[in-house]
Design a protein around this ligand. Structure first.
Ligand SMILES: Nc1nc2c(c(=O)[nH]1)N[C@H]1C(S)=C(S)[C@@H](COP(=O)(O)O)O[C@H]1N2
Ligand SMILES: [Mo]
Length: 524
């Protein structure tokens, strides 16, 4: 007679750790892929992964997003994506490991994930109610696949004398094959969702708009508006180099046929414009330098374009702004918003625009296609709403804009600033005359003078480029004497109000950095 294995008290069998973790990860892949596939149809921002990432961005503690934008530049969203992916794969593996006897804990983890996705999608204004379908499908698929894979391994094992999931276990083979199938299917579904989503992007709509010919063109940019040959940027920033700052994890895709702009609040009558209402008006063109409040001294977040659009004041006057209105609260399709002083918006000398184009083309999608706000002289965070869809005429009390809630100032006039573009910092130069060139801006006031000095030496006046208008940057260049050794070259600008930049250093929060930009040069 064969020896029977010694009988133990009947403990529920446990799955081996590796297989348990694999169940979690496979179910995660299936859930995300299902969500992505549905998002392909209802709007790519409904992808639970993307919606949660967007929410992380919006709910981050005060200033964290600006910090990430500054320190990581435009790669910040990629790092966030990778970081989030690593975290959720780990959570899924742990969910599997906690469910070696019963699938319940794993299923709860997946359900919680799904509910977070539903909440994240629910709060977005660019997705209809159908948007929540994506995270709901994600949730259901996650819970079901987890349970299914778990059952596949476990119940048979109760009968088998072999340890569940051991290499002799026939279930193990079936399980591994099924998991591989689910992973492959997830990859296909995920890619399909992405492709379907892409096919609905706004690029085709943008191409269909064609060139925008203004009725009133901006004055031509004179050849001496920049010193590009001497090391300044070109006067008009090439589209690919135009700085980009926004909180959007995925760039909103808004087709002209789906776009509208509603003006409401403290107005005599609500009005709504569609794209052709705007496109068919006589268009104006204005050359404006945009600047971000989170630009550090010497930083890159400033660029120039000739914007094409209509006077924002004309649109507001059609609605009839009521007495007592203080703020124009402009909201994007992605929910981001900015508040601008109503008097700046209505001031005919300011030239606030609803822009639909830049440099003759429709706005680039990442810069707000089909329409954005441009208000010369105000930092972007209090004015330059991209993908704008809603204008609420209101008071400062009634509505607080996105960055205001996060500790930035209500008012954001652009500060007078100057920057050395060439030579770059820590350059080695040959001693003697060194050519220095750069940029200065004081939008809506105009630059009067730029001066440069070496170490504590006397300030010497630089040559300015032709003034295009007071709302744009101005280029400068000069030559300085740099003795042998390591030296610091400083720049400061004086604007047309007579104000000269001081050496007082301020950080970007709450209303823009100040201080002199300098570069350190070593000459031999
Ligand atoms: N929808 C939306 N619009 C936005 C932002 C944003 O985060 N979302 N950022 C603003 C900020 S802070 C700046 S500086 C400008 C930058 O415009 P650009 O990316 O076209 O240079 O856009 C503004 N408009
Ligand atoms: Mo900004």
């Amino acid at each position: 007679m064969k020896d029977l294995p010694p009988s133990k008290p009947a403990a529920a069998p446990r799955l081996p750790k590796l297989l348990a973790a694999l169940i979690g990860i496979t179910a995660l892949a299936a859930a995300l892929a299902a969500g992505q596939l549905v998002a392909g149809f209802v709007g790519i921002n409904a992808s639970p992964f993307i919606a949660v990432a967007n929410t992380v961005i919006d709910k981050s503690p005060l200033g964290l997003v600006k910090f990430a934008e500054q320190t990581l530049g435009s790669n910040d969203k990629l790092y966030l994506k990778i970081g989030m992916a690593v975290v959720i794969v780990l959570i899924a593996a742990v969910a599997g490991l906690l469910s070696r006897r019963k699938p319940l804990i794993g299923q709860i983890v997946f359900a919680v994930f799904g509910v977070l996705g539903v909440l994240a999608v629910y709060n977005r204004s660019d997705l209809g109610q159908v948007g929540v379908l994506a995270p709901v499908v994600c949730l259901v698929v996650g819970v079901l696949v987890f349970n299914w894979l778990f059952r596949m391994l476990l119940p048979e094992s109760f009968k088998a004398s072999v340890a569940p999931g051991s290499s002799e276990d026939p279930n193990r083979r079936k399980f591994l094959l099924t998991s591989a199938g689910v992973l492959a299917g997830s990859a296909v579904a995920g890619v399909a969702g992405q492709l379907i989503g892409n096919s609905k992007n706004a690029e085709g709509s943008r191409a269909a708009v064609g060139k925008l010919v203004p009725a009133r063109t901006a004055p031509a940019i004179p050849a001496d508006a920049d010193f590009a040959k001497l090391g300044t940027p070109p006067f008009i920033t090439p589209a690919a180099d135009f700085y980009r700052v926004d909180t959007a994890f995925v760039i909103p895709q808004v087709r002209t046929e789906d776009w509208s702009l509603k003006i409401h609040g403290m107005v005599d009558r609500e009005v709504t414009f569609n794209y052709s209402d705007i496109r068919n008006r006589p268009l104006v063109e204005r050359t404006v330098t945009l600047t971000c409040v989170s630009n550090e001294v010497g930083g890159p977040y400033t660029s120039t374009a000739s914007f094409v659009g209509v006077d924002l004041a004309d649109l507001l006057n059609e609605a009839g702004v009521k007495a007592g209105a203080e703020q124009l609260f402009a909201t994007s399709v992605d929910g981001w918003n900015a508040g601008s002083p109503i008097e700046a918006v209505l001031d005919p000398k300011r030239g606030a625009m609803l822009a639909i184009g830049a440099n003759g083309d429709p706005l680039p999608i990442e810069h707000g296609f089909p329409a954005r706000i441009v208000i010369p002289g105000l930092y972007g965070y209090v004015s330059a709403t991209k993908w704008v869809t809603d204008l609420n005429v209101t008071t400062w009390q009634a509505n607080q804009a996105y960055w205001l809630k996060r500790g930035w100032s209500e008012q954001g006039p652009i500060k007078t600033e100057s920057r050395i573009d060439s030579p770059s910092g820590f350059a080695n130069v040959s001693h003697g005359k060194v050519r220095v060139a750069g940029t200065a801006w004081a939008q809506h006031t105009g630059i009067a003078k730029v001066e440069v000095r070496v170490d504590q030496g006397p300030w010497q006046t630089a040559t300015l480029s032709a003034e295009v208008n007071k709302d744009t940057w101005r280029m400068w260049w000069t030559e300085v004497d740099v003795p042998t050794g390591t030296h610091q070259v400083f720049v400061r600008a004086t604007d047309q109000s007579g104000y000269t930049q001081t050496s007082d250093r301020a950080g970007t929060v709450p209303n823009g950095a100040t201080g002199w930009h300098s570069v350190t040069l070593t000459s031999a």
